[in-house]
Design a protein around this ligand. Sequence first.
Ligand code: E4P
Length: 214
Amino acid sequence: MKLFIDTANLAQIEEIASWGILDGVTTNPSLVAKEKGADFKETVIAMCNLVDEVSAQITATEFKEMKKQADEYHSWHKNVVVKVPMTVEGLKTLKYCSSKGIATNTTLVFSVPQAVMAAKAGATMISPFVGRLDDIGVDGMELIADIRQAWDHYNFDTQILVASVRSTEHVRRAATIGAHIATIPYNVFKELPQHDLTDKGLKKFLEDWEQVKT
Ligand code: E4P
């Protein structure tokens, strides 16, 4: 299972990358907007120098422009994954990128039919947004389980990337369902290594060790 961080903040990426378990980064225009003053292209290239897969979202909405943006982002660095919204124009862009060998991540996926269409268009990854489904009273992880079930019937190469993660519980369920990737916000990432019994157990081991030493 791959673990990505969902942020546009370089310091956060550097910190989690230093743990040695970070596979990639996802960004979106809202996350980029939080990093006021940062140059988008320079930031994406800096991220690509830290991890192997960096999703950068195109902002055009018509195929002709989307295609141009996809080519441009792809030219920045070999680790750029072009993030494409799940629209009809997006499907055309995914197909184009697939024919050119450009890696893609389909964003804003909320249903199994959307997931299937993106896979048929040759998407490298699809991003179902679990937290935003939870927000409207629908269990987002059920969608991941449904997509996983559909994937087991076919031979799609498209990776299932659990996005809009809000909790360690989302990560637990992503792993047990068999999602290929989870993209995790910084605050949730910081919680992942922690367990009360680990802290308690380590405290006791160190106390006992002090007695051996004396
Ligand atoms: C990731 O690719 C998405 O952009 C992100 O997970 C969205 O998360 P949010 O619903 O918390 O904004």
